[in-house]
Design a protein around this ligand. Structure first.
Ligand code: FEO
Ligand code: CA
Ligand code: CA
Ligand code: CA
Length: 738
């Protein structure tokens, strides 16, 4: 979702922009013109590491990175040149793929996932979404099943489970006549709660044909009402207690799940992103809590929930029952600890949530050790026996941070196929260290520990942390305190299995500037702010098209507290000035607003997806494929910025520019849709992506006139548009992208 404001729920026009709540002065910690030191360790030798295996969908061996700090070694079966003809930019209301490929619609919003559930009518009258695909498909992962269907086989490409997020709702099309204004009818709220969350759905492949299995016992929906366990250091803390769970141990629901990740032991991680907007607080709630300096008020505002701001969908107005009241985070009770209201409910959200896709009865756990923010994705460094695990996570809001979680437990290869996957999650994900990233101007970086023992956190003037649980619940405030670097909206993270380079998409940032003190100035790691036009419309400003940054840990060590970085790619229009199109993108490669990104293990290729609103006068959102190279394969670069009439030069480091065979547009999506989420079958012969919110700009007044819908994808004709999973195969049965 690129635009946090829902244009269609006009009755709630005061819904806040949650992507802009970092008012810390952190950019001033770095003088962008200072410290132009020569970069150290551009390439510390050319000797490769031990042979780098290509891993399955989760690693089963502890090989790969050694203790050296060398440049990368390509995976043994890595693709070094893209083997398809690039797809041109297009505004067609269709999926466009290269010659020789087929894109098939697999799993649409409303599709039944239980025996006896009728096909969706897709006219706004469908119900029982607990037995149907949810809406706004997003992050997606593949989990192989054995041939008998009795349990995991990570290598099986013919039979598997898809775990996917349903981030939010295209609510105009979800109801027959669009959504009713507040107070919301309970039945509408119930439907909306049920279209959120996730799907687990079985898929099978026969030859080149992939389909989902409607009657699989593995199929299930997890929704914004499903019971979940709070796990890790913040579980049971005073900050987590609610009327529903007076000991702060459980909560109901997960919503606005954006990116996904997996674990080395075969579970799914789903990431709660713009969860805060689902809640509201009374106008007088700051006063009830003790005024603007009260700790809970400081916290709520830092996470974007000011008093008196309407919730996104008005779910709290659905009735007096507790299931609706829980969306109102006001302090309304008389207790001192919040066990008689939902004043603390927002602290139950903003986590990475672990799900066992293979076991519907397993507890679903919110892993509080990984910190609370607008989680976008979670990617882990190649596991090495005897070393801790590291997970990399972005906080997608303007000027927010990049984080790393390092487990206390060290990796045991036997845990790749454990008897109890959630217990294994307890082992690795409930105890560890959380860090925020500081990017230095010399191409180095530091992981700043977020721990109550850190002087800058213990003595932080803006907010007094009570304990480590508080540090995790208020990770943004802790990262403010230690001076992490404010980034251009960190979206997905992904690790190149061949190099252990960690990539983050930085989708865009209209608040990146060249002058003034209100917003962050350009810096070495967020070096662009410029003007762009959209058709004849007013110029867009800031880092309009985004970039992709990559990090490598010193020594490829998951526990390293220092790293090196460069910018892998700068998004741009191919016709833009050289000072903007720094990567030299051609018409076959140009893109804007990178969001989803994933290395596929079968080929070692990188896949980049866009969630764009800037270049959409020229093209719909897209998927590109890349041979990514390695961190440090480029050079130092001076960026000469002009935004409005201000100018400011800043030095950065950029990777080797792409060539015609190392970056190509692979797919363009339908109208007004985001292309998001990507996973593959282990053999690389099928790739799954999600198409989210086609037709999202359709005006509410146009609902009665299908000729005015923004899209009719995927069903065509006069159909309402709907989000769907798409599977891509190569007509000759080969690996995708080769
Ligand atoms: Fe849901 Fe940050 O995209
Ligand atoms: Ca996005
Ligand atoms: Ca433009
Ligand atoms: Ca995203």
């Amino acid at each position: 979702m690129n635009h946090p404001v829902d244009h269609r729920l006009l009755a709630q026009a005061t819904f806040q922009e949650e992507e802009d709540s970092n008012t810390s002065a952190n950019p001033t910690f770095e003088s962008v013109m200072a410290a132009r030191l020569s970069r150290r360790g551009l390439l510390r030798g050319s000797v490769g590491t031990a042979a780098t295996a290509v891993f399955g969908s989760f690693a089963t061996a502890a090989c790969g990175g050694g203790d050296d700090d060398t440049a990368s070694t390509p995976a043994s079966t890595a693709v070094t040149s893209l083997g398809f003809a690039a797809v041109g930019k297009t505004l067609a209301d269709a999926i466009t793929v290269p010659a020789g490929y087929t894109a098939s619609v697999l799993y649409r919003c409303g599709d039944p996932i239980a025996t006896g559930v009728a096909a969706a009518k897709n006219d706004g009258t469908d119900t029982s979404f607990d037995k149907r695909a949810g809406d706004c498909h997003d992050g997606i992962e593949y989990f192989g099943l054995n041939a008998a269907g009795t349990g995991p086989d990570a290598s099986n490409s013919e039979r598997g489970l898809l775990g996917m997020n349903h981030e939010y709702q295209n609510n105009l099309f979800l109801h027959a006549n669009g959504p009713t204004a507040n107070p919301r009818p309970a039945a509408e709220v119930d439907k909306e709660v049920a279209v959120h969350g996730l799907s687990i759905v079985e898929v099978k492949r026969t030859g080149n044909v992939v389909s989902y299995v409607q009657d699989s016992a593995y199929n299930r929906r997890i929704t914004a009402a499903t019971t979940m366990t709070l796990s890790g250091p913040a579980a049971g803390d005073a900050l987590m207690k609610t009327k529903y769970s007076i000991d702060g141990s459980t909560t109901r629901g997960t919503q606005n799940n954006c990116g996904t990740g997996t674990t080395p032991w075969g579970t799914l991680i789903t990431c709660e992103e713009n969860w805060i907007g689902y809640f509201t607080r009374a106008a007088a709630d700051d006063t009830a809590r003790g005024g603007a300096t009260a700790r809970s008020v400081v916290s709520l505002k830092r996470y974007g929930l000011s008093a008196g701001v309407a919730s996104r969908y008005g779910w709290e107005t659905g009735g007096t029952a507790d299931l609706y009241a829980r969306w109102n985070a006001s302090q309304s009770g008389t207790s001192t600890d919040g066990t008689d209201d939902y004043r603390n409910i927002t602290n139950n959200f903003g986590w990475n949530v672990e799900i066992d896709p293979y076991k519907p009865t397993a507890l679903i756990k919110k892993r509080t050790s990984m910190g609370r923010f607008a989680h976008e994705a979670a990617a882990y460094l190649t596991p090495v026996a005897g070393k801790p695990l590291a997970f990399y996570m972005g906080d997608d809001s303007r000027g927010e941070y990049i984080y790393k979680f390092v487990s206390d437990a060290t990796w045991s290869a036997a845990d790749a196929v454990p008897a109890d996957r959630i217990a294994t999650g307890d082992k690795y994900l409930d105890k560890g260290k959380l860090y925020a990233a500081k990017f230095n101007a010399d191409g180095t970086g530091d992981w700043l520990l977020l721990d109550i023992s850190v002087a800058a956190i213990k003595g932080y003037a803006t907010y007094t942390f009570a304990n480590q649980a508080d540090v995790l619940v208020n990770a943004r405030l802790a990262a403010d305190a230690v001076g992490a670097t404010r980034m251009d909206r960190p979206e997905w993270s992904t690790v190149n299995p061949a190099t252990d380079d960690i990539y983050f998409t930085l989708t865009n940032n209209t608040n990146r500037v060249l002058t003034g003190t209100t917003y962050p100035l350009v810096d070495a790691s967020n070096p662009r702010a410029y003007n762009d036009t959209k058709g004849t419309a007013t110029a867009q400003k800031g880092n309009v098209h985004g970039h992709i940054i990559r990090l490598s840990e010193n020594g490829r060590n998951p526990a390293a507290v220092a790293f090196q970085w460069d910018v892998y790619l700068f998004g741009a229009e191919s016709t833009a000035a050289a000072a903007i199109n720094l990567s030299g993108l051609t018409a076959d490669q140009d893109f804007s607003s990178p969001d989803g990104m994933r290395f596929t293990n079968s080929t070692g290729l990188a896949w980049i997806e866009t969630d764009d609103g800037a270049y959409t006068d020229v093209t719909n959102c897209m998927l590109l494929a890349a041979v990514a190279g390695s961190r440090g394969d480029g050079a130092k670069l001076t960026v000469n910025n002009t935004r409005d009439t201000a100018t400011l030069a800043v030095d950065t480091y950029m990777g080797k520019k792409p060539t015609a065979t190392t970056l190509k547009r692979f797919l363009v999506g339908p109208s007004q849709a985001e292309v998001t989420g990507i996973c593959e079958t282990p053999d690389g012969k099928a790739i799954f992506i999600n198409i989210q919110h086609p037709g999202e700009d359709t005006a509410a007044a146009s609902l009665a006139d299908p000729t005015k819908f923004g899209s009719h994808w995927p069903d065509g004709g006069t159909a309402r548009p709907r989000s769907a999973t798409v599977v891509i195969t190569k007509n000759d049965g080969g690996r995708i992208g080769t």
